[in-house]
Design a protein around this ligand. Structure first.
Ligand code: NAG
Ligand code: NAG
Ligand code: NAG
Ligand code: NAG
Ligand code: NAG
Ligand code: NAG
Ligand code: NAG
Ligand code: NAG
Ligand code: NAG
Ligand code: NAG
Ligand code: NAG
Ligand code: NAG
Length: 361
């Protein structure tokens, strides 16, 4: 057991800290108690580092989760260098607490190193995304000046799972840069100043302080994912991608190219990923992600879409017909109403049967 106490902070320093953190932003509102979802936050690296170090710092299991959130190629190496002051988007699981605020769900876990103080961990290691008081509160630390080397601390990152204007969104903790305006941020992320002010309890544009973490709602691509799926609701914001269904499916949101429709395809992640086929189509070789614009149906575009997964061996698909390529009534808002008549097809990948096939061949 690590027993040496790391109580470096002096009383004087402690008062200095309180003055600084008094002007820190408020936590994010998250009203649906107990709800969980995925969220994003900016990490502005204080020093040059690597993606691999960031992955470890934020307790993220797979590097490709970070790659997808930052739209980096899947081939990006773990030792990819992140420059000092560069911003990396961190994906993490969020939960709404009992007091109406949202925090990262039991992650990341930081292990106290020799010489660490709570303030250093909050303000420097996690670049001010949390206050030391928030770390103290969730970890039941009675004296912030007494933490143990080797002690494991839950770092409560700010987040939310709330719908915004009746829409499911991904809440993104955006770190305000020097010279940013509310109008500029609203434009950059295709939201409105009103929405940002309301979510962040801002009374005037002057409330925008460089380094503050702003709750920015990101619209996600619409998907066909069934509500009994393990990854429901699969919310993928514009310009990002995710791996799902035990890494056997990759879904990307490209608002401009696909009119806010989520695009999913199968991956060859490892040998347990099988080709995922849509049944019930005239074509027999219609696989997840395949799209046809058949001449018999005129302008209708038919896609084999991802509909979710139940367990590691059962991936669901559906056939979606998109009329947006038709000349009449092809506005973006009407598009959703035009998705109709889709049937679920279970693609059961039975490992035992596969093994038998393999052995027989
Ligand atoms: C990163 O790792 C690859 C091999 O995985 C190696 O070839 C390359 O030199 C490394 N780059 C740096 C900057 O360390
Ligand atoms: C950044 O680098 C400086 C100087 O090397 C070091 O003192 C500081 O602890 C580093 N910060 C982090 C968060 O690693
Ligand atoms: C709400 O709860 C979280 C942790 O559960 C705590 O960090 C935060 O300070 C609380 N906020 C208020 C306003 O009580
Ligand atoms: C802190 O204490 C509360 C109530 O005593 C408990 O529910 C919670 O699990 C504790 N949190 C940690 C991180 O130990
Ligand atoms: C989002 O972008 C679309 C197209 O660029 C635009 O028509 C719409 O007004 C924007 N929404 C907001 C809230 O700014
Ligand atoms: C919004 O800010 C006002 C004044 O700063 C404060 O009294 C109020 O509690 C805040 N509301 C929320 C929901 O944070
Ligand atoms: C799930 O979707 C079905 C229809 O697709 C609906 O009848 C059901 O109420 C939904 N369940 C939940 C928990 O939303
Ligand atoms: C979607 O993201 C791309 C870059 O990835 C950007 O050029 C485009 O403006 C974004 N569209 C919307 C509507 O946000
Ligand atoms: C394939 O990847 C999944 C998920 O990462 C893993 O559970 C499984 O063991 C892997 N299978 C093989 C044959 O490597
Ligand atoms: C259909 O999908 C499969 C599997 O993803 C792919 O190999 C094939 O090239 C696709 N066919 C067409 C016509 O896009
Ligand atoms: C497109 O498909 C729908 C049904 O999926 C059908 O009712 C409609 O007639 C088709 N449109 C054309 C132009 O073939
Ligand atoms: C996965 O789900 C399917 C359909 O619900 C079921 O038939 C199958 O037994 C499940 N497989 C495992 C390994 O749980």
């Amino acid at each position: 057991m690590a027993s040496s106490k790391s109580s470096k902070t002096t009383l004087l320093l402690f008062f200095f800290i309180v003055t600084i953190s008094a002007q820190q932003q408020q936590p994010f509102r998250c009203s649906s108690r107990g709800a969980t979802c995925n969220a994003l936050v900016d990490y502005v690296s204080p020093n040059a580092t690597t993606l691999s170090a960031i992955r470890t710092l934020f307790s993220i299991r797979n590097l490709r989760t970070i790659l997808g959130a930052n739209n980096l190629p899947t081939s990006t190496a773990a030792n990819y260098t992140i420059a000092s002051r560069q911003t990396v988007r961190i994906p993490f699981p969020c939960t709404c607490t009992n007091n109406g605020t949202g925090i990262s769900n039991r992650r990341p876990i930081y292990t106290v190193a020799p010489g660490d103080g709570l303030y250093h961990i909050a303000a420097e290691v996690f670049s001010g995304l949390v206050t030391y008081q928030e770390i103290q509160a969730v970890n039941n630390i009675s004296d912030p000046n007494r933490i143990d080397i080797g002690q494991r601390l839950w770092i409560p990152l700010p987040c939310s799972c709330d719908d915004v204007d009746g829409q499911r969104v991904v809440h993104y903790g955006h770190v305000v840069a020097q010279g940013n305006s509310l109008q500029g941020i609203a434009q950059q992320f295709n939201t409105s100043q009103d929405t940002l002010s309301r979510l962040n309890n801002l009374t005037s544009a002057q409330d925008l302080i460089a380094g503050a973490v702003l709750d920015v709602p990101l619209r996600a691509c619409s998907s066909m994912v069934n509500n009994n799926s393990m990854d429901y609701p699969l919310l993928v914001p514009n310009g990002t991608y995710v791996f799902t269904a035990s890494n056997c499916v990759r879904c990307r949101c490209d608002a401009a190219a696909m009119n806010w429709m989520l695009q999913c395809e199968s991956t060859q992640f490892n040998s347990s990923c099988q080709p995922i086929r849509c049944d019930g189509t005239p074509e027999n070789n219609f696989y997840l992600g395949n799209t046809t614009t058949s001449s018999s149906s005129g302008c209708n575009r038919t896609t084999c879409a991802y509909a979710g997964y139940i367990n590691t061996t059962t991936i669901m698909t559906t056939i979606a017909v998109d009329h947006s390529t038709c000349p009449a009534g092809s506005s973006a808002t009407k598009l959703l109403q035009h998705w109709r008549r889709w049937n679920f097809v279970l693609v059961v990948i039975n490992m035992a049967a596969l093994l038998l096939c393999f052995l027989n061949s």
